[in-house]
Design a protein around this ligand. Structure first.
Ligand SMILES: OC[C@H]1O[C@H](O[C@H]2O[C@H](CO)[C@@H](O)[C@H](O)[C@H]2O)[C@H](O)[C@@H](O)[C@@H]1O
Length: 652
């Protein structure tokens, strides 16, 4: 079963069918799955989809006078690409839902991993070895999985095998991590070792750290594959929408993860395990399995064999790194700039994500140690425990604000891409009519949403502003006096975080998807004897996997640098635990703020992408090979298509 099962009703050229091409009746008949009076199979991705929204590479529905559409008869681009057809909200939810499942696993690891390892007896100084596993695996694994999946030619799809494999590995490592004590003592028990032998304890710690690495590698495998899967399966004009949905799923996953962390789980779910961490890992595994199964079953990937043999699949570590290095050199222009922004922004994000709860805890402890310098270590520990709980609450506030922002912000931000809608004369009349009608609920609602859109607030501008906000918040840590104000600051950071998990992915995905659409168009153009132009094979050989993998390097590698940088700051500024006036934590966060400002400056220099720039090239290519020129009428129709951005806030 698939939401995009390839058996959709005929589209593209076939949409000249008068039944399909006539205004509102056409839409409703499509939604009912009825065309030409007979029921036909409608996949869910199209059910919520106005029938007049078509692929930029599709011939427009032509019941109008001009009959020229965007593409010409007989050109290679006159080809129906079901992946460029506007998808319904349900499709986008199902496409991205596994990001939510994955985020639950992330949040369990991030919020409970350290306390669990400490409970096994790992020293705090060695914890850094564990923290570095995340950025390290993100730097190494995601480009690797990207390249391997780009080159995968399994008919089921090139991302699905990696999503499935990554999910299986994540589940096994989550469960193995939670039951490390039992596994190690059980195994060593075969050789006569006792549970509390020091050797068993040390082995348990070593094996647990190993499982954290395996877990991070597995999580990064599935994260890389899902991100590329989203680019491949959502149309170009819906990349922003797909990534907005993905960021909502991430937000929901975070909140579910944090909320479960608050409940005394062994009390209610004793059948899953006798400790909080065990039950959390089981819940995360169940959520991941269900969400991944939904995406894999209902979303149909292209058969990658259609693309011909992979460009490079030489195997070997050296050739892999050579390939990635070449890909870095030839990154698409917007993607390169986004990676540069991310590199600086994530130096700031690292400190926030890793040290935030400790900072809030220190703010809580400070007045106590100031008032009483002779507190015992046990008393100080108890104060820190309470402070850490307040810090965790601040993180929950942050995650909630971030989710709210991910849900609401898209309604205020002007979308970069429109569905390539080309209305027929009848539809224009209908549109004018509906504008003068106030009786339609949909119209009123659309108008309300339309008013919410702030025309100058593009995604790039919103991202820039959010980075400035983030930098200011990080600087404010130097003067924040108590945990309450700190929680407010942390809550505000939810807004920049919402944009961080949306904007860069949306900008890059749109660029990759656009280039991919153009590449497919070129391939078809060559097949029909036309000229190849605009992008050379060398330029556009890189696909979603490797490009998103490199983008993740720009997220993960600076975190490795930030770990080292913050260790230096701690070395010079940190005071012994329980000593008042320790400013090392805010200094480290504020240093991150400097990099956030650099990132904001670079983001402000990102070009506002021509919305149909690449698609325009495809159109020109088609016009050239067909020997026809775009008429004024079709130009007018396209500008109409642009202005639709502001007609509905439901674009996302
Ligand atoms: O991009 C959203 C994700 O950001 C974090 O992941 C990134 O950092 C990880 C290490 O801290 C790294 O392993 C991963 O490759 C990076 O994408 C965050 O940890 C995730 O929760 C979040 O979804």
């Amino acid at each position: 079963m698939s939401l995009s099962d390839g058996k959709s009703p005929p589209q593209g050229r076939e949409r000249t069918d008068p039944e399909l091409a006539s205004g509102s009746e056409r839409n409703s008949s499509d939604a009912l799955g009825v065309a030409n009076g007979s029921p036909h199979k409608v996949s869910l991705d199209q059910a919520g989809n106005p029938a007049n929204e078509q692929s930029p590479l599709l011939r427009a529905s032509q019941s109008d006078d001009e009959g020229d559409g965007l593409l010409d008869d007989g050109t290679a681009l006159d080809h129906h690409d079901e992946y460029q057809v506007t998808k319904s909200v349900w499709y986008l939810i199902i496409l991205t839902i596994s990001l939510g499942g994955l985020q639950i696993a992330w949040s369990v690891e991030l919020s409970n991993g350290s306390p669990y390892l400490l409970s096994l007896g790992l020293s705090k100084s060695l914890m850094a070895l564990v923290w570095i596993a995340g950025p390290l695996s993100g730097t190494l694994v995601q480009p690797y999985v990207g390249v391997r999946s780009d080159n995968c030619r399994i008919p089921w799809g090139k991302r699905k095998p990696f999503i499935l494999g990554g999910a299986a590995a994540t589940i096994v490592s989550l469960l193995a991590l939670a039951w490390t004590k039992e596994v190690v003592s059980g195994f060593l028990g075969i050789f006569g070792a006792k549970k509390d032998d020091p050797g068993v304890k040390v082995t348990t710690i070593v094996v647990a750290v190993l499982f954290v690495y395996v877990l991070d590698f597995a999580i990064n495998t599935i994260q890389a594959a899902i991100r590329a899967f989203m680019v491949d399966c959502a149309p170009t004009h819906q990349q922003e929408a797909a990534n907005a949905m993905g960021s909502r799923m991430t937000g929901i996953g975070n909140i579910i993860g944090y909320c479960f962390g608050y409940i005394n789980l062994p009390r209610y779910m004793w059948f899953f395990g006798d400790t909080q961490f065990k039950v959390l890992c089981v819940i995360a595994s169940i959520c991941l399995s269900i969400t991944v199964a939904i995406s894999l079953i209902f979303i149909k990937e292209r058969d990658p064999r259609e693309e011909g043999p992979p460009l490079r699949d030489k195997g070997g570590v050296v050739s892999f790194f050579k390939g990635v290095f070449n890909s870095i050199k030839s990154l698409p222009p917007q993607t390169r700039k986004v990676c540069e922004v991310q590199f600086f922004a994530w130096i700031g994000w690292f400190g926030f994500l890793f040290y935030l709860s400790t900072w809030v805890a220190e703010l809580y402890v400070e007045p106590f140690v100031e008032a009483n310098p002779d507190l015992t270590p046990e008393e100080i520990d108890r104060l820190y425990e309470k402070g850490t709980r307040i810090g965790t609450f601040a993180l929950l506030v942050w995650a909630s604000v971030s989710l709210a922002a991910n849900v609401l912000l898209p309604f205020f931000i002007a979308p970069t891409y429109d569905a390539p809608f080309v209305p027929s004369a009848g539809q224009v009349t209908q549109s004018i009519h509906s504008q003068s009608s106030s009786s339609s609920y949909t119209t009123r609602f659309d108008r309300f949403l339309e008013r919410l859109v702030i025309p100058w607030l593009s995604l790039r501008r919103a991202w820039t502003i959010s980075l400035i906000m983030f930098g200011l918040c990080m600087f404010s840590t130097l003067i924040v006096p108590n945990p309450t104000i700190a929680t407010i600051v942390v809550g505000i950071v939810g807004i920049p975080w919402a944009l961080t998990i949306w904007a860069p992915f949306a900008i890059i995905s749109a660029e990759i998807s656009k280039r991919d659409a153009l590449r497919r168009a070129q391939a078809l153009n060559v097949a029909s004897g036309g000229r190849v132009d605009t992008l050379s094979r060398d330029d556009n050989g890189d696909q979603a996997g490797v490009i998103l993998g490199i983008h993740n390097v720009s997220i993960a590698a600076p975190q490795v640098l930030a770990t080292l940088g913050s260790s230096l700051i701690f070395k010079f500024l940190q005071k012994p635990r329980g000593t008042p006036g320790d400013m090392s934590m805010p200094a480290s966060l504020a240093a991150g703020g400097i990099f956030a400002f650099i990132a904001a400056y670079m983001a402000s220099r990102l070009a506002e992408d021509g919305p149909v720039e690449g698609l325009e090239a495809a159109r020109v290519l088609a016009a050239r090979s067909g020997g026809r020129r775009e008429t004024n009428a079709s130009q007018n129709r396209r500008s109409l298509s642009r202005s639709r951005s502001f007609e509905t806030g439901l674009t996302y």
